[in-house]
Write a new protein. Structure first.
Length: 645
């Protein structure tokens, strides 16, 4: 047969040779290329591997058609050009399945960062290509419809390709719990199609299906995972929140330095849905105008901007801040800007997410509008996370303890009460003080559980120790704001004292005056119910800056406790002294009792006695000891008074 084909002969080839599947495969890949590359993607490593696999598949199909054309042209005689094209086609098949294996391993962290997996698989692929190049190849050409190759080179290709296919399937089975379920399913379908195509082609060599099957696999991966449209938020046309964490995780894994800017918007904007969407899109377009940035949608109507660290500047942050403090389409939106100049303040993408959620949760209650988040802020939040874990484990392992600070009565000249104070005993035996864990407990919602546990332990103590026999009339127990605002507070405390068979008069419940109380009516209603049950109530920390005499007027309290900070100022500031003297007189005229905290010296004790204070609490008498030490202390001190009487 002549090596130079006429146009008529060429048309015969296109018509009768078995290359229809390859042409269909090329058409599929062309469509996938159009949709895959017509818009920006985040740039995942898997996306790059997918693009390489698709390019290799395209090359494989072109080489398959070219090798068939060469075989037909030389009549199957095996000219040099036919051998070269045939072996290039076979090598491209190994390359396609090698890239499929690499694509799968990329989703498995242990394999992705292994120092052996990828080098070994690469060396194995190169070995296969070398054998294909060295081993002989033969061709069959029968008429116009049967054209294929065979021989040791083809056999080597089949063996190496099958090893990569089975290895890929094995990876999806072994690491199924560590893979993206959709990726695992798509890869398994792809490899199954390849096996079926390979078996069919093995039994009927003239049916050239493998290249087409690979194109079908590319289409399945695209539909399931690699469609760029799937990365986008459909409202703002920025990258979606689901993609953000994966992208940041990849940056950490690849040790690529980056910076970030979080734009945390208020939840409620006070506008209609159409107006809100228009504002949101205007915000997105403003942020997308900054070069070198990838813009993501965050929680709700938040945004996150991620950019290479070398392109970050404080001026950029200021520009964003200055725009967001202005109105959007005539509507003012409360916004908190968090600038993270260096990603190394966090160690993982999960920690970045934790930091973000922390600021998102406090956004509504914070007056901050621009924060430059550095190492100090990260360490503080990291420590809070550790403390939160310690609180949870202490509750689970019953390491919450109650210490008792004695309260002295001027009238009776003895100790008549004590304040129950929460402590956490660490596993090493040391004690964590409330100044460390209470702020964290309040921010994380654990303070209510701590308050309940303290009340339980106090009730247990009252049941087991007849404290009235040693002169103690009641124990003061703090109630957190969260407890006070709980509509089931009265029922919960009632069940507690019934379980421990405790007289309510032995408990004085302390409520702290604070601006964080959101439902003042609920607090007062709970206090009235508790008073009706027989509990006495105290207004704690009076004078801490939240002081409001309406609290004393409106709340059914019997005791007012002056905070230690006010006590300190009393002896340092003449104005504070005048105010406190007047307030003490007013409270006494209302028939209420007064406890002063923070008394540490004899001079302070005498001064408080002079102005008519009822009770004293402070280090002058005793630091808060644990239960047994407290009982011993009270027994000794009050016994001496009783003997004198």
């Amino acid at each position: 047969m002549k090596t130079s084909l006429t146009v008529k002969n060429a048309s015969y080839i296109i018509r009768y040779m078995n290359i229809k599947f390859q042409c269909c495969g090329i058409a599929i890949l062309c469509v996938l290329c159009f949709f895959n590359f017509h818009r920006e993607t985040v740039g995942f490593r898997g996306t790059r591997l997918y693009a390489r696999a698709m390019a290799a598949n395209f090359l494989c199909l072109v080489l398959d058609i070219s090798s068939i054309a060469c075989i037909v042209a030389d009549g199957g005689s095996g000219t040099l050009i036919s051998v070269i094209m045939g072996k290039l086609y076979l090598a491209s098949l190994i390359l396609v399945f090698y890239l499929g294996f690499s694509y799968t391993c990329n989703d498995i962290y242990a394999l992705q960062h292994s120092k052996l997996t990828m080098p070994i698989s690469t060396a194995f692929a190169l070995l296969g290509c070398a054998l294909v190049a060295l081993l002989p190849i033969h061709f069959v050409q029968q008429g116009m419809s049967i054209t294929y190759s065979y021989g040791p080179s083809v056999m080597a290709t089949n063996i190496f390709a099958m090893i990569f296919i089975l290895g890929t399937l094995l990876m999806t089975i072994i690491f199924r719990k560590k893979m993206n379920p959709r990726r695992m399913r798509a890869v398994q379908i792809w490899m199954t199609i390849e096996i079926c195509a390979g078996l069919i082609q093995f039994m009927s060599p003239s049916l050239l299906l493998i290249g087409f099957a690979t194109a079908i696999g590319m289409m399945i991966l695209f539909m399931e995972l690699e469609n760029p449209e799937g990365e986008l938020d459909r409202v703002a046309n920025v990258f979606s929140a689901n993609i953000m964490h994966d992208y940041i995780r990849q940056l950490y894994e690849d040790h690529i330095p980056f910076a970030g800017i979080l734009i945390i918007n208020a939840t409620e904007w006070g506008v209609g849905r159409i107006q809100e969407r228009a504002i949101f899109m205007e915000m997105a377009n403003f942020l997308k105008a900054f070069p070198h940035c990838k813009v993501f949608r965050g929680t709700g109507n938040d945004f996150a901007v991620v950019l290479p660290q070398k392109f970050y500047s404080e001026q950029m942050v200021r520009s964003i801040y200055e725009r967001f403090v202005l109105s959007w389409l005539g509507t003012e939106i409360s916004t908190l800007i968090i600038a993270v100049p260096d990603n190394r303040v966090a160690t993982t993408a999960d920690e970045v997410t934790q930091f973000y959620q922390h600021y998102r949760s406090k956004m509504e209650s914070s007056d901050e509008r621009l924060v430059f988040f550095g190492q100090a802020e990260a360490d503080k939040l990291r420590m809070a996370k550790i403390i939160q874990g310690e609180i949870v484990s202490a509750l689970d392992e019953d390491r919450v303890e109650v210490f008792y600070q004695p309260i002295y009565s001027f009238e009776k000249n003895c100790f008549v009460s004590a304040e129950a104070l929460c402590r956490i005993r660490k596993p090493d035996g040391s004690v964590m003080m409330p100044g460390v864990f209470i702020p964290v407990a309040e921010k994380t919602g654990l303070v209510e559980a701590l308050g309940t546990r303290v009340l339980e332990k106090v009730c247990e103590m009252l049941r087991e120790h007849p404290i009235t026999e040693i002169g103690v009339e009641y124990i003061e127990v703090n109630l957190s704001v969260a407890q006070c605002e709980n509509r089931w507070l009265t029922e919960d405390i009632s069940q507690l004292i019934e379980r421990f068979e405790v007289d309510p008069s032995l408990l004085n419940l302390e409520i702290t005056e604070t601006s964080t109380i959101r439902s003042r009516d609920m607090v007062i209603a709970n206090m009235e119910k508790l008073t009706a049950l027989g509990f006495s109530l105290s207004l704690d920390d009076f004078g801490t800056g939240e002081s409001n005499l309406n609290y004393i007027v409106d709340m059914p309290v019997q005791i007012v406790k002056f905070d230690r900070s006010m006590t300190k100022d009393y002896f340092q500031n003449d104005k504070t002294k005048l105010v406190m003297n007047s307030v003490v007189e007013m409270i006494r005229n209302m028939g209420l009792h007064i406890v002063v905290e923070g008394i540490e010296e004899k001079q302070q004790l005498d001064a408080m006695a002079a102005i008519g204070v009822d009770y004293i609490q402070g280090y002058y008498f005793s630091k808060p000891p644990p239960l047994q030490e407290f009982l011993n202390f009270i027994h000794i001190k009050n016994l001496a008074v009783m003997k004198e009487a």
